[in-house]
Design a protein around this ligand. Structure first.
Ligand SMILES: NC(=O)c1ccc[n+]([C@@H]2O[C@H](COP(=O)([O-])OP(=O)(O)OC[C@H]3O[C@@H](n4cnc5c(N)ncnc54)[C@H](OP(=O)(O)O)[C@@H]3O)[C@@H](O)[C@H]2O)c1
Length: 331
């Protein structure tokens, strides 16, 4: 397979956000032991890319670096010791150090999943970030059972839509919070109630939707602007708040809050750390994902696509809350 010596890549040149994400001609990387080189068919765009661009992603790369965490594509070279995948296979994977927003990208072979048979690369983005996160948040960390109620923030987003779909599949009642112009999508995914994420009193709206009872579980992905409402609507003692993101900025909760005000279970989730630190839990997550794929609950994705060179625009739209569902860059 012929691989050129250089390629186009989006390099983040500062910590001032996606406006400093610039197209460069750079050498095609070599896969190291345990890695594969893919010709990128589609790169997934995530809120984590924004956080890396502003330097707020814990342990993220320092500029200048080739941006992009998630890629699907054809394997063109394998590093030493890689036996699980061969050139010609299509895989989807993630590399937290970046490199996906390019014509070619290196991925760890251990975390690369085969693109499901009959799917395109584009349809597979989201399988290594959004879906495992939703499965982990609702299942091993959130403990959602049939008949319980869950509040999903950013419910029209990539991770949110996966969570709404899965929560309904698990027989839960779903309250989805999203900007008003995105409510139709959240209902299409099966949410029982939809509330306006920008409402003045989000907690009152969620309580109204749940007959004053509140929810058993919150998937908290917005942070500062919504954490107080999330804590207020969670059932005392048995209720769980899984904190998986802070698209709106960081929030905080004190020991005083937990003892005297919000007697709830607060759990942190970072899917990359979960895969490393609790491989048995991650194995359960991947097993459930395989079952959901086989059952058709996880269908081929339909991301909104942009040319690779329009990456800064796609990230700016994500930052402006102007997007619905998954975004992908096509080299
Ligand atoms: N912990 C993990 O391992 C993990 C993995 C994947 C994703 N996540 C988290 O899951 C969340 C969703 O990520 P995603 O990539 O799927 O993005 P996304 O949900 O497709 O897009 C982000 C959405 O968040 C909502 N939002 C609310 N306040 C916002 C603000 N101030 N700025 C930007 N967006 C705001 C917006 O929806 P509305 O306009 O409808 O409010 C926006 O469309 C993020 O917090 C991300 O960090 C975490």
């Amino acid at each position: 397979m012929t691989v050129p010596p250089t390629m186009r890549a989006l390099r983040q040149t500062s910590s001032h956000g996606p406006r400093d994400l610039v197209v460069h001609e750079v050498p095609v990387p070599e896969p190291r032991p345990g890695e594969v080189l893919v010709r990128v068919g589609a790169a997934g765009v995530n809120v984590a890319d924004l956080q890396q661009a502003y330097g707020t992603f814990g342990g993220g790369p320092q500029p200048p670096y080739v941006a992009g965490i998630e890629a699907a594509g054809e394997v063109v070279r394998v590093g030493e010791g890689v036996t699980t995948v061969a050139p010609g296979a299509h895989v989807v994977g993630a590399c937290i150090a970046g490199g996906a927003f390019a014509d070619y990208a290196v991925l760890p072979a251990a975390g690369a999943l085969p693109v499901p048979a009959g799917w395109t690369d584009e349809q597979a983005v989201g399988l290594v970030v959004n879906w495992p996160t939703a499965i982990a948040a609702l299942g091993p960390l959130g403990g959602l059972r049939a008949g319980q109620t869950v509040l999903v923030h950013a419910a029209a987003g990539a991770t949110g839509q996966a969570a709404v779909t899965l929560a309904r599949h698990r027989g839960a009642t779903v309250v989805g919070a999203a900007s008003a112009d995105k409510h139709a999508v959240v209902r299409e995914r099966g949410a029982d109630h939809v509330v306006d994420a920008r409402a003045d009193d989000l907690a009152a709206d969620v309580l109204r939707a749940t007959g004053g009872v509140g929810v058993d579980l919150v998937l908290e992905s917005v942070g500062g602007p919504t954490l107080p409402a999330s804590l207020a609507v969670t059932r005392r003692v048995t209720g769980r708040v899984v904190v998986l993101g802070m698209a709106g900025g960081p929030g905080s909760i004190s020991t005083w809050d937990l003892v005297y005000r919000h007697q709830v279970q607060v759990v942190g989730l970072n899917i990359g750390v979960l895969a490393q630190a609790a491989p048995h839990v991650f194995g359960e997550v991947l097993q459930e994902m395989a079952e959901l794929l086989a059952a058709g609950v996880i269908a081929p994705g339909a991301p909104t696509t942009h040319a690779l060179t329009d990456g800064p625009k796609a990230l700016a739209e994500l930052e402006a809350r102007a997007t619905v569902g998954k975004l992908a860059l096509l080299p």
